[in-house]
Design a protein around this ligand. Structure first.
Ligand code: AMP
Length: 197
């Protein structure tokens, strides 16, 4: 698929290891190098700010989407050409999703996991029109426990194997963008899994 813009979910903190910042910056530069616009949560803090700054410094297009309450808390990135201020966290996720052709999650906390799981849930239900791929950029094994949990959910009958397959796990920025571009959506299927009885 052709990627015009990719939405990146990532920490509003920088994390405890230098690798996180390095990979966030490398992803920003890789997006710019490929002429793919970045859509993200519009903050200047943490991995979010580093990602956006690296993308802009390399000549990339950056669209930030941030709720008014976070602008007022002074975390908005004031150097962006395109900062969309929305009314709520829900509106932010909806607009980020609408603006992008696919998603990449970098390490982060609850906010990142919430955004990632919502993007996957919408995929599972066929709500992204057109369908949109989702990659986990696994820096230093950060996402391994989450991937194991997704595997357990599939093994325990809570997740269809084809829906478990919606999570593309990669370990480099170039690998993430290649995986999104190469993705083909699975055929539509119902969401729930039948139990033993
Ligand atoms: P977290 O991973 O908990 O640091 O949350 C960061 C992710 O959730 C980003 O992708 C943002 O879109 C969103 N988010 C949640 N809280 C904030 C915040 N205080 N400032 C900026 N973005 C946030």
């Amino acid at each position: 698929m052709t990627l015009s813009r990719v939405c990146v979910f990532c920490g509003s903190s920088v994390g405890a290891r230098a690798d996180y910042l390095e990979v966030a910056r490398a992803l920003g530069a890789e997006l710019a190098a490929r002429g793919i616009g970045l859509v993200y949560g519009g903050a200047r803090v943490g991995l979010m700010g580093a990602l956006a700054d690296a993308c802009r410094a390399a000549g990339g297009e950056v669209v930030g989407v941030i709720p008014g309450a976070l602008v007022e808390a002074e975390v908005a990135h004031t150097g962006l050409d395109d900062l969309r201020v929305v009314g709520s966290m829900h509106e932010r996720k909806a607009l980020m999703s609408e603006l992008a052709d696919g998603f990449v999650a970098l390490p982060g906390g609850f906010g990142t996991l919430d955004e990632l799981c919502e993007a996957l849930t919408w995929s599972q239900l066929g709500l992204h029109v057109p369908p949109k791929p989702c990659a986990l950029l696994d820096v230093g094994g950060f996402f391994r426990p989450l991937v194991e949990l997704f595997d357990a959910a599939a093994e325990e009958g809570f997740l269809r194997p084809e829906h478990r397959g919606l999570v593309l796990v990669v370990d480099t920025p170039a690998g993430a963008l290649d995986a999104l571009a190469a993705w083909t959506p699975p055929p539509p299927t119902r969401k729930w899994v039948d139990g033993p009885g």
